[in-house]
Design a protein around this ligand. Sequence first.
Ligand SMILES: *Cc1c(COP(=O)(O)O)cnc(C)c1O
Length: 469
Amino acid sequence: MSSEAGDRRAALADLPSVDEVLKSPESLDLLANFPRRVVIQSIRNVIDSRRRAILASQVADFSRSNLFKDIAENIDRLLSFSLVSVINATGVVLHTNLGRSPLSEGVLDNVMKVGMGYSNLEYDLETGKRGQRHVHTGRLLRDITGAEDAIIVNNNAAAVLLCLNTLAKDREVIVSRGELVEIGGSFRVPDVMASSNAVLREVGTTNKTHLHDYSNAINEKTALILKVHQSNYKIVGFTSDVGFDELVSLGGKHGIPVMYDLGSGCLLDLTPVGIRSEPSVAEIIKKGIDLVTFSGDKLLGGPQGGVIAGRKRFIEKIRKNPLARAVRVDKLTIAAFEATLMEYMDTEKAVKKIPVLDMLFQSPSEIQSRAGKIAAGLEMQIPKGLIEVLEDSSMAGGGSLPDTKFPTFSVSISPSPMSVNELELSLRKGQPPVIARIKDDALILDARTIRDHEIETVINAVAAALAGQ
Ligand SMILES: *Cc1c(COP(=O)(O)O)cnc(C)c1O
């Protein structure tokens, strides 16, 4: 036997059993402070990891004092939450990976009220009989969008799936080739179409689709004409697509409904804040589109959800589809949705009260002042030369407003001697994590998405990271 194998065998034999560790006085301390199953799990995890380390001939400190340090760290890890709040310093307001739209305190108050007790979720207080969960958001959605009826499902992907399955199962849906899009994270129009058992009938070309492309494709199997918002990309140059008016009149002539997967779904007229490229849902409904689908947590600024708005007779059919039960929303979502929609009843205040709209449409001077505060705070703690406030631009994110650049201000930090990658990592691993961008060897903190109450935390996080703490 080689001496190495002998050492390894000795080290393995030295490993204590879970029971032995559990009976030690140090464990009694742990058991007094933490749940028994967590302590046992951690002891097992640490012993297992030592066994693996020995077998892999890794050199480590296998001492008894270190054993309890490792166990304590492991307990800490087992009892920490996986989903935690982070500070978004990317400037991307609708950041899909960071949970898209933050909710206001007022909205969360309502979630708490409804969630803490019982509610009339499916109970009609007038008649004392069973009610419908859709009524709680239906009225507000009708008022705000002007649609005859509307329901909410789990997300917009589910909304599209449900519409296609209800109206076009085993029949054809006409879509322009320029609109067969993929939206980040696996929503692809042809795939959703296949999952819904509708048959995709592609027309036109990537850059140009004409009205006659649609009309030539109509046959006895046609169930629906679908238009899809291109969301996260833009075809520019030699292009043309067919407008709502023409599609609606074509559909009307043949008795075929027209649906629009709008994606983002803006509930406000954004022209007062300088956006002309994104018509509101109400404007689209007014054009006579039969069904519109959009997300709850993009420009709308609410919880995750998918709205289906349009003609009553279609919505009724959709509601009765067994799939609707599979993609229905829970009471917490409805509570958050209703409270968010309620904010839209005051059109003037909505832009300030809904966090997503507030962050997107705050004035550049407000952002500049926040960036200035962050930079000034940092300059008190770290060498001046490393910090600069830069004029920059941010994107809305979430496939919303792809052709709009929002003027912003960022704090740029060029760390030294620490590398910018080390700084980024350290901030990301901090508590709370601060998520930033790297550009040209500098760390960029975009002040658009840093909230006022987070300024202090960001300053301290950067200072601590730069100090190597
Ligand atoms: C974002 C988007 C979707 C997916 O919406 P989710 O709410 O994320 O499911 C579908 N279609 C379009 C056009 C989109 O922009």
